[in-house]
Design a binder for this molecule. Structure first.
Ligand code: ZN
Ligand code: ZN
Length: 618
């Protein structure tokens, strides 16, 4: 049913078959050229060979991108059906963005945390794509290049930022852990005695390479050579925003909208607080100041929370409840055969987000999907209390709605079924985050949480956070926003705890543009839903809208909109068809603009930063 839907209205066009063939060839070539990225999507053919990240490798990537841009340029978008046309646009954007990264942004030179061998080794240990011994043998071969890998890393780094250098030092502990674990498993395995010996000596050399990299990074810091600003500046910001967000708006435009949305949200919270006041704070004087008043109510409600040792378990128990709600309220079908496993976040991935979904790539849909939750075990008591108040009774439910059901997990299950492999692989982060933020809204509108004002107030606080992510990201990278002002924005105007705000400040220093995706995507989806409702009138069905929206895979929202419009013209009444025809023309113009200047960032290999195709952080 779902697969059919995506194809509706998409009759084969003259160059469709050519595009399909070229797309397949491109992917095969890509996985040969990027074996690590291939592993993240579930292809292990090249897993034995660790790629050395040196200048020659970057030149090879650049040549690859140019070669494929030239081949794709021979296709005429007008000769493609909407589905193939958007696939083509996504790939062209992807290649342009990769070139921009290599020639202009050059993160390889200033972000030492780009260099960490842990991820791929961890996949070899923990993904059951082959027998244990087969995987260990690939691990053993892969170990050979670890020393050369870190030599190349040092040669590639030039004037890094202090923040990314410190992150690299921290995350190297994870590499050490995975390497030791590999050797431990090898020694207990059925490998031959000679191989075990080889495993031990190569592990020793690899550990030494990681340790030398860490001490070199420390010396760079000590000599004051990690002095590049973490702020990327207006030019880089707008260029990256256009390539990555792909909403048709500029960073500055979204920033202005977010400022306005923040005002509207505070006005709504003001009303709810007045409503709740007699129930919770009848004996407390109501402050004149709006933000102070809302803050007191949020503080009061935040007292209702779980304990550090029950934190992960509480999350685990919410999932079946959320799933049942979607079915009972007729909001979205859910594939019950795909299990979701809640686990402690692996150590090498910690330090970036409270929770994240880690899903198998489209080539291995049978693998487990993990819901990583950062355990609270190593937190100091006051830190833990602050964390628990932030992720209180209400917010913890919204977190699971966002990360799991109907948010990231549900969306990724749909994406892996999408008939477009290209859209599944080169997922648009704005659509992915936008959907998760929209999912929160959808649950609230359906009356989740007894439609209680408490739930609405906490939801509003959470939504305000997404809005402030945009304000913060633009402020920090473009407007030189100080730490003090950033902390005030989050803690005063958005009611965040100090722990949450410091974590976000750190994340905003380490990433750019990605924090703006939440609000950008959410507002685009809300606008599309309204447009669709207008168009279909009495025929509009919410569940059908959700399933159709998700059926196209993780494509940019403007492209999904175009596909949806094309699918209606056949079914809808005459006036609606005329309307949709008009929209299509408008989309065509937008599309030409996108072709001219936009792209899609390569993500899947960057699991530790931003938003990879098969993983999503909050
Ligand atoms: Zn408490
Ligand atoms: Zn998210």
């Amino acid at each position: 049913m779902m697969h059919k839907m995506a194809d509706t209205g998409a009759q084969a066009a003259p160059q469709d078959a050519q595009m399909t063939k070229l797309g397949k060839e491109f992917l095969a070539d890509l996985w040969r050229n990027q074996p690590e990225w291939a592993m993240y999507v579930g292809k292990y053919e090249g897993a034995a060979q660790l790629t050395i990240p040196d200048a020659a490798d970057r030149a090879r990537q650049l040549a690859f991108n140019e070669r494929w841009l030239a081949r794709f340029a021979k296709l005429d978008p007008a000769q493609l059906s909407p589905r193939e046309r958007t696939d083509l646009a996504i790939l062209q954007n992807q290649l342009k963005a990769a070139n921009w990264e290599l020639t202009k942004f050059k993160e390889y030179a200033w972000n030492p945390s780009n260099y960490n061998v842990a991820g791929a080794f961890d996949l070899l240990l923990n993904t059951e794509f082959a027998a244990k011994e087969v995987r260990l043998q690939k691990f053993l071969q892969r170990l050979q290049n670890v020393p050369a890998y870190y030599v190349a890393a040092r040669a590639s780094i030039d004037n890094p930022t202090l923040e990314h250098t410190e992150l690299a030092i921290q995350q190297s502990a994870g590499a050490i852990q995975v390497l030791k674990e590999g050797n431990k498993q090898a020694q207990a395995s059925k490998l031959s005695a000679a191989q075990k010996q080889q495993f031990a000596s190569r592990t020793e050399a690899a550990l030494k390479a990681v340790e030398e990299y860490v001490s070199w990074l420390r010396s760079v810091v000590a000599r004051g050579e990690a002095k590049r600003s973490f702020r990327i500046g207006k030019e880089m910001y707008e260029e990256k925003f256009a390539l990555q967000i792909q909403s048709g708006l500029t960073g500055e435009q979204i920033y202005q909208r977010a400022l306005q949305a923040k005002e509207e949200m505070l006005a709504r919270m003001d009303k709810i607080t007045d409503e709740l006041w007699p129930k919770y704070l009848a004996n407390t004087a109501k402050p004149q100041d709006r933000v102070a008043k809302i803050g007191l109510m949020i503080d009061k409600l935040s007292e209702k929370h779980t304990t550090p040792d029950k934190f992960v378990e509480e999350v685990r128990q919410q999932l079946p409840i959320l799933q049942k709600w979607l079915i009972d309220k007729n909001l979205l079908g859910q594939d019950a055969s795909k299990p979701l496993e809640v686990r402690d976040t692996p150590e090498y991935e910690r330090g970036f987000s409270v929770a994240s979904i880690e899903a198998p790539g489209p080539y291995r849909p049978q693998d487990r999907t993990y819901y990583n939750v950062s355990p609270m075990t190593d937190m100091k008591p006051e830190q833990a209390e602050s964390h628990l108040r932030e992720y209180n009774h209400w917010i913890l439910q919204i977190l699971s709605i966002h990360e799991a059901i109907p948010g990231h997990y549900t969306q990724l299950v749909y994406a892996n079924k999408s008939p477009s492999l290209i859209k599944t692989l080169f997922g648009n982060g704005t659509m992915i985050e936008g959907w998760a933020v929209y999912g929160e809204r959808m649950m609230m509108e359906s009356g989740y949480g007894d439609n209680a004002p408490e739930m609405w107030l906490m939801y509003s606080k959470w939504n305000l956070r997404a809005i402030c992510n945009t304000i913060l990201d633009y402020g920090i990278h473009v407007q030189n926003l100080s730490k003090e002002d950033a902390m005030r924005l989050m803690m005063r105007d958005a009611f965040q705890s100090e722990a949450e705000a410091s974590g976000k400040w750190r994340r905003a220093q380490l990433s750019s543009v990605q924090l703006a995706s939440y609000y950008s995507g959410y507002s685009a989806i809300m606008a599309l839903r309204e447009e669709r409702r207008q168009q279909l009138g009495a025929k509009f069905d919410l569940k059908q809208f959700h399933e159709q929206f998700l059926s196209y895979g993780s494509a940019p929202v403007p492209m999904i909109r175009e596909l949806m419009m094309a699918s209606t013209s056949a079914a809808a009444a005459a006036p609606a068809a005329a309307h949709s025809g008009m929209m299509s023309k408008e989309m065509k113009e937008k599309h030409q603009k996108m072709h001219a200047k936009k792209g899609e960032e390569k993500k899947a290999e960057e699991g530790k930063k931003d938003e990879p195709a098969a993983k999503a952080h909050h």
